[in-house]
Design a protein around this ligand. Sequence first.
Ligand code: HEC
Ligand code: HEC
Ligand code: HEC
Ligand code: HEC
Ligand code: HEC
Ligand code: HEC
Ligand code: HEC
Length: 350
Amino acid sequence: MDSPSNSTDPAPETTASPASLTPTFVGRQVCGECHEENFHLHSKSGHASTFVNTRDSDIAKKFVGKTLDAGEPYGLLEYSMDENGLRVKRVDDPSNQSFPLEFALGSGHNAVTFLSLVSDADEDTLGIEHRVSWFAADDHFGLTPGQIGSSPTTLAQFFGNSVQDEHMHACVNCHTTSGKIIDKNIVDLVPNVNCEKCHGPGSEHVRQARLSNNPPPFSVGNDDWNAESELQLCGDCHRLPIDFPPKQLREYPRLMARFQPVGMLRSQCYLQSRGKFKCTTCHNPHQASTAKSTEAYVDDCVQCHTENTADHVACPVSPQTGCIECHMPPLRFEQGMTFHDHYIRVHPED
Ligand code: HEC
Ligand code: HEC
Ligand code: HEC
Ligand code: HEC
Ligand code: HEC
Ligand code: HEC
Ligand code: HEC
């Protein structure tokens, strides 16, 4: 994963033609030639490993040889690996047919779920989200969130819920840099959330950077990136209020903590900072969130909330430490998944 020669990325481009006016994707290893630090930070973040073929997934290997109970009427599922990736079959199925599990989604920070692309009765492409997932908490296997009350109506659904149409396309879009689902395949697939997903296709930038050390500003530079455009970028995948019904936004149930931008947008820190509070106030977008210490996050809070500024108030309870635990607590979800509530506030239980 850390290797610049990720086989699934497009081949490194050495001579981008000046004639190619529409920039194309060059792959993250090319960016890494000149932006080494961001390249290495990104390699270790969830963005860089959220979509892999099960053939290359260490988590998929954990399933091999296991028999797992998918609940009634699904029965026991048995896993094996061949040169194309992971396969699953139902122990009770007399036909003994196995089903391919093609892609592993999720870096393993919280969980990994498998996705397969198959044909439905009309020969249209359909996604099957596998019924059993792996969860980082206690290194355990369990039912994929959202599949507890499901009941299968087709043979394929014995292996998981179907995802169709825009949901299927969105699933792939949020976890990859590029790729189009055509006839059970993903054409022009560049897996994972790589440099060019956020910065745009880079061939023209690379061409200009090779001609001079001072290329013109490229996509999201420090200069033209503001709280709104950044929120739009991150929120496209991490979700924005527009993705939820008004009732849910009003009541803000606990499960909303999975969608950080929604919580952040309700916080007084955001509302009263006149555009100075954004995701990158606390996150380096190239770095895993867990790679930064809790103390460093506290420093971000204290930068604004000090006792000696007229602009902001300091905490009357604990002015120097422990901010995250009390005001952005980690919440445990089903199967032990954990998210930090980005609706920064005084919690009733504090
Ligand atoms: C194309 C979709 C997409 C965009 C755009 C995106 N993310 Fe993510 N992000 C993801 C996915 C998918 C994951 C889950 C990674 C995994 O499997 O663990 C993730 C995970 C994360 C994580 C936690 C994982 C880790 O390694 O710490 C942070 C923090 C994060 N994103 C911040 C951001 C910020 C900040 C932005 C905007 C600058 C952003 N993301 C934009 C899709 C996206
Ligand atoms: C709108 C964008 C979007 C869509 C659509 C989407 N995901 Fe994700 N997914 C994300 C983001 C963002 C995260 C990171 C959540 C975090 O860490 O806060 C994520 C995380 C995950 C994880 C890690 C566990 C977790 O819940 O954090 C898995 C597994 C996953 N997605 C699978 C899927 C599958 C399978 C589909 C399609 C059926 C899908 N996702 C559709 C954006 C999306
Ligand atoms: C999740 C979205 C996202 C991904 C993926 C991403 N970037 Fe960035 N990048 C940003 C944002 C947002 C900024 C602006 C940061 C700021 O204003 O603090 C930025 C800033 C930069 C900058 C200028 C500031 C700096 O940190 O030096 C460079 C260079 C850069 N990115 C290169 C890369 C490279 C190379 C990769 C891939 C290895 C990459 N980025 C992947 C979102 C992303
Ligand atoms: C041949 C070297 C080279 C390559 C390859 C390269 N860059 Fe750059 N890039 C530069 C230089 C030089 C600058 C200007 C100085 C700086 O900001 O570091 C720059 C600036 C940037 C900036 C900041 C622009 C701004 O206006 O602040 C971003 C973002 C960026 N590059 C992203 C990328 C991405 C993404 C890739 C891969 C698609 C890439 N670069 C490939 C040399 C390169
Ligand atoms: C860019 C500056 C900024 C940063 C960084 C920041 N805040 Fe705030 N926060 C504010 C502003 C502005 C308010 C409104 C009250 C005030 O003027 O202090 C506020 C309000 C609050 C409140 C009161 C909320 C309410 O509903 O009354 C809490 C609690 C809080 N912040 C905690 C934090 C914590 C914890 C962090 C770090 C994780 C943090 N803040 C980071 C600017 C910031
Ligand atoms: C005031 C600081 C702050 C801001 C602003 C902020 N985050 Fe976070 N974020 C955190 C902290 C603290 C964690 C927990 C880090 C850890 O694991 O120790 C976190 C964790 C995350 C995670 C990992 C999953 C989770 O919820 O634990 C994701 C994804 C994430 N943030 C996305 C975002 C996005 C997207 C934005 C902008 C909409 C954003 N964050 C804005 C402080 C912040
Ligand atoms: C032990 C839990 C705890 C810790 C740790 C903590 N706070 Fe608080 N904080 C509270 C409680 C409770 C209140 C409400 C106090 C009240 O209303 O009298 C509060 C209030 C606040 C307020 C609103 C003050 C006002 O006058 O409106 C801000 C801002 C704040 N905290 C920021 C922080 C920051 C920044 C940190 C870390 C340096 C932090 N807090 C650490 C529990 C905590």
